[in-house]
Every structure is written in C-alpha cells, then in structure tokens.
Design a binder for this molecule. Sequence first.
Ligand code: FES
Length: 85
Amino acid sequence: AFEVELKRSQKTFTVPPGQSIVHVMQAHGMDIDVSCEEGYCGTCMTRYLEGEPIHRDSVLDEEDREEFVMICCSRAKSKKLVLDI
Ligand code: FES
C-alpha cells in the first residue's frame, strides 16, 4: 500500500494493493475522468509533485514520466505520491 496526497484538494488516501488510485479517489466521492482504465487512452493523465511512481501506462514517454502519471493504472514505489489535484 502507499499513500496518495491530493495537494490542492488537501486530502490523503491510502491505496491498498489491488485497488487503483482512481478507484480509491472515486470511493471517497471524487469525480475523476477515466476511460480505458488500462493506461493507454491518456484521459487520466495527472501531474505529480513528489514521490516516485511505478508507471504502468503505455502512453507517457520518459520525459513525460518525470512530470505526469496515469492514475488509472500506475502505482508508487515511494510511501507517498503527491498529486497536483
Ligand atoms: Fe486511460 Fe488512464 S483512463 S490511461
């Protein structure tokens, strides 16, 4: 599990194994735009501010990955991932 902090929303959630960041956010009543939920459409692209993502998408290139993460499928290797949401 890892924590996801939503900087602008001032919320922090725990993302357990087997659940996506998007699912956890939706479970807390947040309205998140998703489409494929498998990392290829680009809909859920989100800027991150701190932490180290484990990228599981197939749309971002190496440069994009330093700034963005696809929150439908990617996870974090750091304890916490801070998103610009
Ligand atoms: Fe398609 Fe995340 S919803 S890449």
